[in-house]
Ligand binder design. Structure first.
Ligand SMILES: C=C(O[C@@H]1C=C(C(=O)O)C=C[C@H]1O)C(=O)O
Length: 464
């Protein structure tokens, strides 16, 4: 067992409980301590002994991991106001928190992790029955790891009628379990069946969309499809996260658990990040495969940079993101021409966005206006979203929605939940989509989605 240095928070808990009794009010307590020798994946794995509500987040560009176990505060909203209502409720809890956090570290303390479904109004349709429309959770136990070390935050909602000694004992036991390194073997799954959901019909929807696009009502629409897998046994999410982390460079690796179902993936696409009031977004649209040799890879990259159809798809995203960011930020810096963003199986056109967040706005304000960008929805936004609702052959649920975290100090990051799968026991649904413009070819788009499915397929027993 690893030796973990922790400070004890008993006295703090007793003090908060006394106050809760005195005021006859539930109070949120948050205490952050520095710990050593805890591996984030092990912490996640051990979390299943404590609560079936776990979150995992690894940043794409830096060594920064968050793991949340259990929930002190869980906020689920739906409808057009879901981002702002979530923001408001989080602020109310944070304004009233009894907090001990001697570290000035982003991603510690009352961090909320979670995500929002693609549509504001979608209900729990198959296969998303376990997932609320949106959920942001302040976990009971949060591990924050970066190159400077690891921090453990305990967030507990203390009620006046709690048996505080029992609460103290349980939280100490839970922490001990979480900080014990895992010994279980995590075997890969064996794939028994792959079922593409109506591939020929999907290609026909692409052809129909190009007709609609040719008449000018829509400029771009993103259409996705689903592939269903069956395994010989339940998939180990720890193993899936481990493999995604080692195989997928430049990608956010994530898992969100709700009632035994897991939304897992490795997405390359940042929606927006705010750190020290600096705002970063990214335009990612336009796709080609990686080459087998260096020369071929370079040739494919050059062709992508010069390809009219892909540049058009990409420019729609740049224009829209610029407009949304300018509302909330100043000194907006967006290069004129895109770069290449190279992943293991694919390369994308990529334009980074940098700006300064204006005072008085929060990360979720920006998320509300950015989502969905034309990289996931289309243009004009509402017509494209309605077109998707009426024509796509699957329920998006959280696929292509914003997922991420936000702390109490205006720092946080949201990515777009693509290259993802919903896993439940020995079954999984994988999702992948592509931007359709008037010149798109159904067969080429089908092939593109096949490559986009590879990262998840490869860690679920399929071929890469
Ligand atoms: C919709 C997806 O990817 C999006 C579509 C892209 C494209 O059409 O070129 C590229 C990156 C993503 O913005 C997906 O992977 O499911």
């Amino acid at each position: 067992m690893l030796q973990v240095k922790t400070f004890h928070i008993e006295d703090k808990l007793r003090k908060v409980h006394e106050e809760a009794v005195g005021k006859n009010l539930s109070l949120l307590m948050s205490a952050t301590e520095k710990i050593e020798g805890v591996d984030p994946l092990s912490f996640f794995d051990q979390g299943k002994r404590i609560d079936e509500h776990r979150h995992f987040w690894k940043s794409a560009e830096e060594d920064f991991t968050l793991v949340g176990i259990g929930s002190a505060i869980s906020i689920s909203k739906e409808g057009q106001g879901r981002f702002q209502e979530t923001d408001k409720e989080l602020s109310e809890w944070r304004n009233n928190v009894r907090q001990w956090n001697p570290y000035d570290k982003k991603g510690t303390g009352t961090v909320a992790l979670g995500g929002f479904g693609f549509r504001p109004d979608s209900t729990a349709e198959e296969p998303w029955e376990e997932f609320p429309n949106s959920n942001m959770t302040i976990p009971e136990f949060l591990l924050t790891s970066d190159e400077a070390g690891s921090f453990l935050t305990t967030n507990l909602l203390i009620h006046p009628d709690d048996d505080i000694e029992a609460v103290i004992q349980k939280s100490e036991e839970d922490k001990r379990k979480l900080c014990t390194s895992y010994s279980d073997e995590h075997a890969p799954v064996h794939l028994e069946k792959i079922e593409e959901v109506r591939p020929e019909e999907w290609k026909r929807t692409i052809a129909e969309a190009t007709e609609k696009l040719a008449d000018g009502t829509l400029s771009k629409v993103v259409l996705a499809r689903e592939v269903r897998l069956t395994f010989d046994s339940a998939a180990s999410i720890t193993k899936v996260l481990q493999d995604l982390s080692s195989m997928q460079n430049s990608s956010y690796v994530f898992a969100f658990e709700h009632k035994g179902a897991y939304f897992v993936g490795a997405t390359p696409e940042r929606l927006v990040k705010v750190e020290n009031d600096e705002l970063f977004s990214a335009c990612l649209a336009g796709t080609t495969p990686r080459g087998d040799s260096e020369e071929e890879d370079e040739r494919l990259g050059c062709e992508l940079l010069g390809d009219h159809k892909n540049r058009l798809e990409h420019d729609f995203v740049v224009q829209m993101i610029r407009g949304a960011v300018e509302t909330y930020a100043q000194d907006v810096d967006i290069p004129e021409t895109p770069l290449l963003y190279k992943l293991r199986n694919l390369q994308h056109l990529y334009t980074p966005v940098r700006a300064s967040l204006k005072e008085g706005f929060s990360l979720l304000d920006v998320v509300k206006d950015l989502h969905p960008t034309p990289a996931l929805g289309g243009l004009p936004q509402q017509q494209a979203v309605d077109y998707i609702e009426n024509h796509e052959l699957m329920n998006r649920g959280w696929y292509a929605g914003p997922i991420g975290w936000i702390d109490g100090g205006r720092n946080g990051e949201f990515a777009v939940a693509i290259r993802s799968a919903l896993i439940r026991g020995n079954k999984a649904s994988l999702f992948a989509g592509c931007g359709v413009v008037k010149d798109s070819q159904p067969e080429a788009e089908y092939e593109e989605t096949k490559v986009k499915l590879k990262p998840m397929l490869a860690v679920l027993g399929g071929e890469e």
